[in-house]
Design a protein around this ligand. Structure first.
Ligand SMILES: Cc1cc2nc3c(=O)[nH]c(=O)nc-3n(C[C@H](O)[C@H](O)[C@H](O)COP(=O)(O)OP(=O)(O)OC[C@H]3O[C@@H](n4cnc5c(N)ncnc54)[C@H](O)[C@@H]3O)c2cc1C
Ligand SMILES: NC(=O)c1ccc[n+]([C@@H]2O[C@H](COP(=O)([O-])OP(=O)(O)OC[C@H]3O[C@@H](n4cnc5c(N)ncnc54)[C@H](OP(=O)(O)O)[C@@H]3O)[C@@H](O)[C@H]2O)c1
Length: 472
């Protein structure tokens, strides 16, 4: 071990950019596996940590958010520091980090959405799921958006779990939403919602849907919405039938079973309907001033060279009248200044987490993890093995003396820099106060929590808390 350790800088100073699941799992593996003392400084653009666990996971799924307890344990490590409200690219540059850290881990997730690239996509009433999700979860970037919920029909494009979240939140009753931590503005707007029919469009068939069993099954438990599936939509083509019968994909087989159960029974007469359509793609969003309808084309499946079943249009079209469209066809990463980026995949090019330059050479001491490393797929737990891989490569590089050689690695230097720049950073203790206030505001009115949705309100609440005399 002594030999392995000899190249390691001590303490090993690591900057982690982002504070979602991948950032915390990387911090955890570093804390547990580094043979020398490690100091982790985690920078997050929002004053609140946890990335999509706070700003993505649906408010009616509180159990999933309990994963943050494990992240809090990681944050309690004596050499861990959280610097919330500090954005890489705005408050800190790449050069700053190179001057202060032995290694940098980018864990910034996928911050934007993919586009359909069809006419009418920018009409008022056409939105990215990213925006709607951010809005109902109280993400400060999205809290001022408005959605015209006076419309009677909405179309959700895509067949992933985010599409399920969007359809479910649109279909939930006020009584179901009240106890959750949904943002107050969204709760009030959804209370007045007149949306009655929610069409969910899958471009491929039920056997290729990306959603998972609990998510499609959960739609059955909605208090005020029926799930409608046309029997002809769950009739499988021969290729899909063979795939399901091969027993290779149990999730797909169970999805087909659940959808077939929906297709085989009449609606129970609930006031809202979620209509699952398959093998259809939007080709145009219609409307003069705003969204009025969506033209869709019927698809058929064919076997691509890689063996997968892909959709292609048949030419048969149909128009669905609807005043709202949510495209839920995947998230997309954003480039960071002075960091390599592949705009097609929306990721930082890397090999097993080691960042690479466009010419294929490694960038010394720089790593990627999570959605910005592998693209916007996978559940919270998928980020664990992903983070382990990145940390293992980092520690290999440390042992081989291949990290950065910062002229000013001392922690106090970074804090001085932030203070010199008048950056009002939020510590993990500050976050705990915000967290406590949000939960107290919720408890007072029978809700899980009442989130702050503006950065200035979070900072003001912290200042007020500090001004208040402590009882006793
Ligand atoms: C709508 C939605 C719902 C989901 N629901 C579930 C679920 O119920 N269960 C489940 O298991 N998985 C769910 N997932 C998947 C899960 O959220 C992801 O696998 C996971 O969050 C990815 O982690 P990450 O750390 O890569 O990115 P993120 O969680 O996105 O974290 C990235 C963090 O980086 C910060 N950041 C970005 N840019 C900068 C910058 N320049 N400077 C500083 N900080 C920056 C962001 O603010 C953010 O906090 C969901 C995903 C989505 C989109
Ligand atoms: N409860 C949960 O556990 C939960 C909740 C939310 C999200 N997540 C996870 O987060 C990740 C991201 O979810 P996601 O829903 O954003 O992505 P996703 O699972 O990749 O699903 C994207 C969907 O969009 C479709 N699509 C892509 N391009 C399209 C186009 N041009 N036209 C029509 N449809 C198109 C895809 O169809 P094709 O399959 O044909 O490409 C797919 O159905 C997933 O891993 C998901 O499981 C988990």
């Amino acid at each position: 071990m002594a030999e392995v350790k000899q190249n390691f800088p001590t303490p090993l100073r690591i900057a982690v950019i982002g504070s979602g699941p991948s950032a915390f799992y990387a911090a955890d593996f570093l804390q547990r596996q580094s043979p020398v003392a490690v100091e982790i400084d985690m920078f997050e653009r929002l004053p609140t940590p946890f990335g999509l666990v706070r700003g993505g996971v649906a408010p009616d799924h509180p159990k999933i958010k309990a994963v943050t307890r494990a992240y809090e344990r990681i944050a309690r490590h004596p050499t861990f520091r959280f610097y919330g409200n500090v954005e890489f690219g705005r408050d800190l540059t790449h050069q700053d980090l190179v001057r202060h850290y032995h290694a940098i881990i980018y864990a910034v997730g996928a911050q934007t959405d993919r586009r359909l690239g069809i006419p009418g996509e920018d009409l008022p009433g056409s939105h990215a799921a990213t925006e709607f999700v951010g809005w109902y979860n109280g993400h400060p970037d999205y809290c001022d958006l408005t959605f015209d919920l006076t419309q009677e029909a909405a179309v959700v494009v895509g067949n992933g779990n985010v599409a399920m979240d969007v359809a479910r939140i649109l279909a939930r009753s006020y009584a179901e939403l009240v106890p959750t931590d949904i943002a107050p503005h969204a709760l009030e707007a959804l209370r007045e919602s007149r949306v009655r029919t929610i069409y969910v469009l899958g471009r491929r068939g039920p056997a290729q849907a990306a959603f998972t069993n609990p998510e499609i099954k959960e739609l059955d438990e909605l208090a005020e919405a029926d799930v409608i599936v046309a029997p002809e939509d769950v009739k499988l083509d021969p290729l899909s039938q063979a795939y399901i019968e091969s027993q290779k994909d149990r999730t797909a087989a169970r999805n087909v079973e659940i959808l077939t159960e929906y297709a085989n029974r009449p609606p129970s007469g609930k006031p809202r309907q979620i209509v699952m359509r398959f093998l259809v793609s939007p080709v145009e969003i219609l409307g003069s001033e705003r969204v009025e309808a969506v033209r869709i084309v019927k698809n058929e499946l064919y076997q691509a060279a890689d063996g997968s079943l892909r959709p292609r249009p048949t030419g048969e079209t149909e128009v669905i009248p609807a005043g709202l469209v949510f495209r839920s066809i995947g998230y997309h990463g954003l480039a960071l200044p002075d960091v390599p980026f592949d705009s097609a995949s929306g990721t930082i090019p890397n090999v097993e987490g080691r960042v690479i330059e466009p010419d294929g050479t490694f960038r010394r001491g720089e790593y990627a993890v999570g959605w910005i490393k592998r693209g916007p797929t996978g559940i919270i737990g998928s980020n664990k093995p992903d983070a382990l891989e990145t940390v293992e490569r980092l520690l290999e590089d440390a042992a081989a003396g291949r990290l950065l050689e910062p002229p000013h690695p001392e922690r106090t230097e970074m804090e001085c820099l932030l203070e010199r720049r008048h950056i009002h950073y939020v510590t993990f203790d500050d976050w705990r106060i915000i967290d406590q206030i949000e939960q107290e505001r919720g408890r007072a009115i029978g809700r899980e929590r009442v989130k702050f949705t503006r950065v200035e309100d979070m900072l003001a609440a912290l200042a007020d808390f500090r001004r208040e005399p402590t009882p006793g």
